[in-house]
Ligand binder design. Structure first.
Ligand code: GLU
Length: 600
């Protein structure tokens, strides 16, 4: 059965896999293996590409669920089982760990010991198969099938037709086995041992299975889908090391040079790849080059390695250590903007509209992938996704690609992605908007949300129109407003220190229009460490201007501020004591225009 599954629709990572697969779909050359007759009956156009992340999420493109026989891709896993059952030392007495530089069916054994060169060529694999625990061939095969199934996180079965075909035509493997038996490296009944090996090669898997199996090795032996430990971390490490040096037969050196990821290929056209600590990949495309490796499979691995910067030897000195990203519960998160009461009420009534996602450390494939997952699970109500990159060091190209694709994907779902990034890496990620800190990013999301609700957060709220004084009649309100001084600031002006002096004289600040902000460092073009901001309708007390922290109060737009001095307050109290009592609660409660319905 052929199917063309393209991963979860619109998923950015499946989209990238799709691009890789599509770009290689027409790549010709090679032919399916024919020395095992049953293998030559395959559809040569089948092509699947799967990736399993270490949290168990599987992404795929193409024929990811079409079964094929695992062939030599079983070898690393059976080597792992032999290590688990016998330990490294004993296994190494029977099989070497050196690249042979020869083909998969090479017949050369180590002079003196008779050991096959490594567990990745047929001879070595026949030995490791024989080392798996079990008193009878049936018991050993059961252990192998159970083990492979545990690596795949699902029960696997044997393709009986391929098994019969291998057995009937496996004379070269038979010759190898008898040679090793004669040399002492293979013990027991030779035909029995071969039978288990042929069955093992005939186990059916899919591309998705290969991705999960290799992700288990990449995760140090714990299957990320089932959560089960399949082998010990040190054995997973040993297997990856041997895959890295010997996994691609006589092309292993060049593979390490150009692709740089531990991998294993098989004559069915499968390639499995494990990037330690990151993910597992499965590729399937039957036509093979002369060395027995899948033509498109190799090309796909080259592309992935190049485009995603995955080469293991790539010197990446961490700038900041990666930490798992966190999605924060948005309810208590608000920008540090002083807002009038109606705006606060609207934001409080919809705490789920804005979601913050904090990333820390260097962003690599794995952290970006976790972010994609978080984005996929966003509640439907979310309209803004704020990515906090404040604590992010380097952004790997693959992470930037994924985040960029995420931004586009979110836009399609009517969610705007905004960045908080002091390093201004907008060009890499192409989010719609970028801000130097999370406070400003949130503020912009809030403003956009309020605007959608029909509240203009930038609309001036003249003092004479606001309810700062309670519901007093308009004439008295105008008289009360007259007791305030007016402070006009142009965009970029600062209310210079000493703030202490300001504090002593002014007891209340009211922003009529524009915006004020307190920044610790105004020397920079974009002042850092913004403590708060205040827009129209906000009332502030001297406590909002702590002398030590607030170096300067800055106008971020042309701003009109009304200020009340201590003596002005005395005058007001004489005029309307109740209004002043109301006024003194204003900075806590916020003001609102009188003609708006009371939202609090
Ligand atoms: N069953 C195959 C053989 O022994 C495996 C070879 C391979 O996949 O490289 O010939």
């Amino acid at each position: 059965m052929r199917h063309d599954q393209e991963g979860p629709p619109g998923d950015p990572l499946s989209g990238l896999l799709d691009q890789v697969r599509r770009s290689l779909r027409d790549l010709g050359g090679g032919a399916p293996a024919s020395y095992i007759p049953e293998l030559s009956r395959v559809d040569p156009d089948l092509f699947g590409l799967s990736l399993c992340a270490l949290d168990g999420q599987v992404y795929g493109s193409g024929d990811t669920q079409v079964p094929f026989t695992v062939q030599s891709v079983s070898k690393p896993f059976v080597f792992a089982l032999a290590l688990a059952d016998r330990g490294l030392e004993e296994v190494l007495t029977r099989v070497g760990a050196e690249p042979s530089g020869e083909a998969f069916n090479s017949i050369r054994l180590e002079p003196g010991t008779g050991r096959p060169p490594n567990p990745m060529v047929n001879a070595g694999a026949i030995v490791t198969t024989s080392l798996v625990a079990g008193d009878t061939p049936e018991a050993r095969f059961d252990r192998i099938l159970d083990g492979l199934s545990a690596f795949a996180a699902r029960p696997l079965a044997v393709d009986e037709a391929v098994y019969a075909s291998e057995r009937a035509t496996g004379d070269r493997n038979r010759a190898l086995a008898y040679l090793m038996h004669n040399a002492g490296s293979l013990t027991g009944d030779v035909e029995d041992q071969l039978d288990v090996y042929f069955r093992q090669c005939s186990v059916l898997v899919t591309c998705d299975d290969l991705a999960v199996m290799h992700a288990t090795l990449a995760a140090g032996g714990v299957n990320p889908v089932s959560g089960t430990r399949v082998v010990a971390p040190r054995h997973a490490q040993h297997v990856l090391a041997v895959m890295a040096t010997c996994g691609m037969y006589d092309a292993s050196g060049q593979w390490m040079l150009q692709v740089g990821m531990p991998a294993k290929s098989g004559v069915s056209g499968a390639i499995g790849v494990a990037l330690p600590g990151q993910f597992g990949i499965g590729v399937f495309s039957p036509p093979l080059e002369e060395k027995g490796n899948s033509v498109r499979g190799i090309a796909a691995c080259h592309l992935l390695s190049d485009q995603f910067g995955l080469h293991l030897m790539r010197a990446s000195v961490p700038e900041r250590r990666p930490m798992p990203p966190r999605s924060l519960d948005p309810a208590p998160l608000r920008s540090l903007r002083h807002r009038p009461r109606d705006q606060r009420a609207a934001l409080e009534a919809h705490p789920d509209r804005i979601r913050v996602h904090v990333m820390q450390g260097d962003l690599d494939f794995a952290t970006a992938e976790q972010t994609l997952r978080a984005a996929r699970e966003l509640p439907a109500a979310v309209g803004w996704f704020a990515l906090d990159l404040t604590r992010v060091g380097r952004i790997e190209p693959v992470a930037a690609d994924l985040l960029r694709a995420l931004g586009e994907n979110l836009r399609g779902r009517d969610v705007r992605m905004v960045l908080a990034d002091p390093d201004q890496r907008q060009a890499m990620v192409h989010a719609a908007d970028e801000f130097p800190d999370l406070g400003r990013a949130l503020e912009s999301c809030e403003d956009a949300f309020l605007t959608d609700l029909g509240i203009d957060p930038a609309a001036p709220v003249p003092l004479a129109d606001c309810d700062l004084f309670g519901r007093v009649d308009p004439d008295l309100r105008a008289a009360l407003a007259d007791a305030f001084d007016t402070l006009r600031l142009a965009d970029g002006d600062s209310v210079a220190p000493p703030a202490r002096q300001l504090r002593e004289r002014i007891v209340l600040w009211y922003v009529e229009s524009g915006r004020l902000a307190v920044c610790a460092d105004t020397a920079k073009a974009v002042p850092a460490l913004r403590t708060w901001s205040a827009g129209p309708g906000a009332a502030l007390t001297p406590a909002d201007f702590p002398a030590r922290i607030a170096r300067r109060v800055l106008a971020e737009r042309d701003t009109v501020c009304r200020t009340l001095t201590a003596s002005g307050l005395v005058r007001l109290r004489a005029l309307a004591p109740e209004a002043v009592a109301h006024l003194e609660r204003a900075p806590l409660e916020g003001a609102d225009t009188v003609d708006r319905p009371d939202a609090g």
